[in-house]
Design a protein around this ligand. Sequence first.
Ligand SMILES: *[C@@H]1O[C@H](CO)[C@@H](O)[C@H](O)[C@H]1NC(C)=O
Ligand SMILES: *[C@@H]1O[C@H](CO)[C@@H](O)[C@H](O)[C@H]1NC(C)=O
Ligand SMILES: *[C@@H]1O[C@H](CO)[C@@H](O)[C@H](O)[C@H]1NC(C)=O
Ligand SMILES: *[C@@H]1O[C@H](CO)[C@@H](O)[C@H](O)[C@H]1NC(C)=O
Ligand SMILES: *[C@@H]1O[C@H](CO)[C@@H](O)[C@H](O)[C@H]1NC(C)=O
Ligand SMILES: *[C@@H]1O[C@H](CO)[C@@H](O)[C@H](O)[C@H]1NC(C)=O
Ligand SMILES: *[C@@H]1O[C@H](CO)[C@@H](O)[C@H](O)[C@H]1NC(C)=O
Ligand SMILES: *[C@@H]1O[C@H](CO)[C@@H](O)[C@H](O)[C@H]1NC(C)=O
Length: 809
Amino acid sequence: MSLLSALSIVWGLMLHVSFSVLNTQYCVPRKTVPYQNNLKLFREEGIFNYSIILMRDDLGVLLLGAREAIYALDMNNISDKKSGVYWNVTEEKQTECTYKGKLAEVECRNYIRTLHQVNDTTMYVCGTNAFSPTCDYMTFVNGELQLRGKQDEGKGKCPFDPFQRYSSLMVGNDLYSATSINFLGSEPVVLRSSNLALRTEFKSSWLSEPNFVYMDFVDESSDSPEGDDDKVYLFFSENAMEYDFYSKVVVSRVARVCKGDMGGQRTLQRKWTSFLKARLDCSLPEPSLPPIVQDVFLLKHKDWKKSIFYAVFTPQSSLSQVSAVCAYSVSSIRDVFNEGKFKTPVAVETSHVKWVMYTGEVPVPRPGACINNVARKMGMNRSLDLPDKTLQFIRDRPLMDEAVRPLTGGPLLVKKGPLLTRIVVDNVLALDGQRYAVMFIGTDNGYVQKAVNYAGEMFIIEEIQLCENPQPISILRLSSRKGQLYAGSQNGAIQMPVSNCSRYDTCVDCILARDPYCAWDVSTEQCSSVSSLPLSSNTSIQSLKEGDVSQCPQPDPVAAVDITLVPHNNIQLPCQLHSNLAQVHWRFSEQTLHSDHKYYIYDGGLLILSASEADAGLYACDSVEQINGRTYKRTVVVYDLQLDSGPTVWSSTTPGSEVINSSDSIHSTSTAAPGTGPTLHKKDPLLPQTLINTAKITRLEVAVALLSLLCLSLMGVIFWIWIRGQWKCFKFSQHPGEKESKKQSGEYMHIENRTTEIKLLGPESRRPCSANNNHSAVDFKGNGELHFTPMANISSLDGLGYINDESEI
Ligand SMILES: *[C@@H]1O[C@H](CO)[C@@H](O)[C@H](O)[C@H]1NC(C)=O
Ligand SMILES: *[C@@H]1O[C@H](CO)[C@@H](O)[C@H](O)[C@H]1NC(C)=O
Ligand SMILES: *[C@@H]1O[C@H](CO)[C@@H](O)[C@H](O)[C@H]1NC(C)=O
Ligand SMILES: *[C@@H]1O[C@H](CO)[C@@H](O)[C@H](O)[C@H]1NC(C)=O
Ligand SMILES: *[C@@H]1O[C@H](CO)[C@@H](O)[C@H](O)[C@H]1NC(C)=O
Ligand SMILES: *[C@@H]1O[C@H](CO)[C@@H](O)[C@H](O)[C@H]1NC(C)=O
Ligand SMILES: *[C@@H]1O[C@H](CO)[C@@H](O)[C@H](O)[C@H]1NC(C)=O
Ligand SMILES: *[C@@H]1O[C@H](CO)[C@@H](O)[C@H](O)[C@H]1NC(C)=O
């Protein structure tokens, strides 16, 4: 292939990719917090599948269920194990299970899947127990966990298959569960285990190969003028019956039952008389099959009508990588069930049934309604009193015609890339007296995304890496009171505070983070947790919707760092930005610098190629960040490049370095918002030494180096665009044509060596959770030789920051 054709292909590719960049809004988490060793975590040797958590705020312990083990952990520090019990599968059970064709070490074990509180001291526990689900009572007394050994039948309360999703809920003494009731997993059921057990009818119009994900309770009887009952809501996905497709289509559903349901007398005996279901709508901006609900969180409000379900959806087709979050108000779901039309089956051909809107007369009392004042007036105090007409209607038509629409009309978040798995939402009181719903969303590569929707504008405050190795977050729990999140994965459980305001060390950074948990305390000059501030504090600053930093005190001027200029050498000036959303701008004297034959601007700084005497002067690195349509500019670091008078090559120490008020000496070249002043940069005495080189480079060498750099940077840009493409943010009120902030593609490092050596790294990856750490860099030696170097030895260099790179050039 000729060079020309190769280049044209590369350019074509670039144009194509950049075109798609321009046409979509990409949302990048403002900060990426890589895995930290100081996170509190719990894991035990030989124990896996940490997939169920019961928080006991009252006891201060977290009960964690895994495979054949249950632990009681300190809620303040989950590394602190208070007690633990094993519940191993017996050899007999395991053998029996393997005879039925299941894998001994995988399926024929006891996976703890159910953990509920019964009373102050007692819990109810169920495990899959080698495809023979079994339950037991467990006590936590005097800091000691103990299983009672009262083996209870677990069929219908806990799945047989450890890989199957399921959901359960304890309301009073009643256990509500949604799972399969048989070994094959072919008989789905929504069951209430109580004195009066109730279940769903075994009909595909009720449940068709469902995948249950979540259940919760809403006390709708409180202050109900209609004399309504409390409800249990269930979220799942199942095969659609309402679409005429050639192939199977799965849809997401919400269903509900009434707490006081007692079944029917003749019709629907021991079956729910109040089981109603509706489709959950969460439309993506691009055409696709309906997305599948994966997890739900109920953000409870004192007034249940204001409670909101937040649901995570993933694509139905593996071709798509778009996940979404949609929110539904309890009252809108209730309206669909209480007032909406029903769907009814009609036979189109001999064997084909189509579901259409039911337009006939609906019996009274309304089918599927709980016992309310209307029914009581008719002398019906219990569901047992309901007439057959009402019961037969609901037995044959459990599906509502209308779908439940999201609160905001569309998704709160649309994200491309690693799939979202679990969600919890915190209701945070901010300094402005308003409450904000902060979403914590687990991903299938071990990250948690912390996101807020500010009046339609989706904003990801930060993404935090919880798992060292990429693996799905399989459970996420929130203790608002303790301000802690607890996450579980195959290998362990991790604890994380809902916020760490100390990550933001300047006022500007604290405000631009737009984290409802954090505010800048002017008196202590710290980014502090809002809850720790005195209530009527008038010395704190927070600007969530606007990200307005104008109230921030004028920062101290930046002290210039002195660098010795040795002619004909390459000089590297590091500059690390605080935000993934920021762009870097370099100024020399009053000129804005661009990457060209002389300068190379990359993620971590500026490279001046073959410096000459004319390059002496002041260089300023500005961070330019777009927040909510505004531009903020601040100076991150200033370098004073001075000509070295003597011929001594290694004279790196420059005595008498002066501190310059950068605002005086360097003129701002842009009309930036006020208050985004420079920050103080510590002088680094080692810096000049790493920047000086002894060897000269010939013109030819520079030319060859430049050409290669250009080629590699082109590849970097493409890779960067591709990486950026992993993230997509759906904004309701934003200008779609607006271009996202752009990052440079490559990172150069200047390594002290005999020969002139330029290291080119791949772009800083925005893709979280690197699979391996064997980073490599391409060295471009002055002699034109290309070779690979492991990154480990260079990434420790000062001022170069964190390199998260998966590209192998
Ligand atoms: C349990 O964890 C192991 C080890 O990570 C994994 O291979 C297995 O698939 C998990 N089992 C289930 C049911 O998730
Ligand atoms: C948490 O508990 C572990 C185990 O008891 C202990 O080693 C660790 O120091 C504790 N961490 C904190 C912050 O208290
Ligand atoms: C149960 O299994 C665990 C490890 O899987 C083992 O340490 C423990 O001794 C076993 N307990 C019993 C009673 O067999
Ligand atoms: C808690 O419930 C268990 C099981 O139902 C019962 O045996 C125990 O007496 C109860 N304890 C208290 C303190 O109510
Ligand atoms: C229903 O309850 C009311 C009062 O609670 C009672 O007067 C009435 O007789 C009951 N009706 C039936 C059919 O049980
Ligand atoms: C908060 O962040 C700071 C700075 O990154 C870090 O030193 C500290 O350990 C973090 N605290 C917690 C509780 O994670
Ligand atoms: C804060 O309030 C106190 C009294 O309530 C007042 O004296 C002080 O000037 C206020 N400070 C600011 C910065 O507004
Ligand atoms: C920098 O500013 C401070 C006060 O703002 C002033 O005292 C000092 O003389 C200034 N230095 C230069 C070099 O202008």
